[in-house]
Design a protein around this ligand. Sequence first.
Ligand code: UGY
Ligand code: MN
Length: 253
Amino acid sequence: MSNLPFGHTRTAVTTNHALIAPDGHVVSPLTGWEGAEGVVLISPVMNADRSAPRFTQYLVHGSYGAMTQDAADGVERLAYVLEGEVQLDGQELTTDSFAFLPPGDQYQLQVPDGATLLVFEKRYEPRAGTETPQRITGHLNDAPGEPFLGDPDAVLATLLPVEPAFDMAVNVFQFNPGATLPFVETHVMEHGLYMRSGQGVYRLGDYWYPVREGDSIWMASYCPQWFVAMGKQDASYIYYKDIHRDPLSTHSS
Ligand code: UGY
Ligand code: MN
């Protein structure tokens, strides 16, 4: 339960961006999972008649027996452990571990009580001259972190290889208090974002939203975006973006 007065929410859904705050989360059964409940934070039905998200982002709240064996046909998944531990084919994935599960992959991914999983799903788009990527597991601590455009107060860690075979990137951005994105970005890629820690202000289009841990954001292609970390604590977010594909082929369906 949030501590907002009745009738208020921090959530806002517009045609080119959305802030989905936990105060409005409604937990429901998840399609493609057994015994699992969660919250679909971003999906194509969000803005169905305009420029809809081309991916899905959701939370899985762990419970006894919650598991999945595959994604829908042709769909790839990136699963990130926000809290607790999950098991992938018997392998323990601890907090801040992740698994990239390519389309067609089959597995037992179990999310027990006490674990929270963040999942990004996208229909994989093959690219001539490249092979569909294989399964990858890893941990944030082993991901290469680089100062973003030379700023040591804004460190960007890339979880997946930056190679043309991959059509999605998932990165973790960590900002010291007061650090910012260096300019208002406007780009063809879209984003799904989850605030892992801290607070700040996100500019989305012509709106400025105070955001904090647990919030999710959708940014459509070409949505102007900017962030400043505020408060006394680091702020960090994990985000998805589509990469390495020709917008003439990818965005036409
Ligand atoms: O990768 C990005 O486009 C990133 N700099 N965007 C963002 O953090 N909103
Ligand atoms: Mn961006």
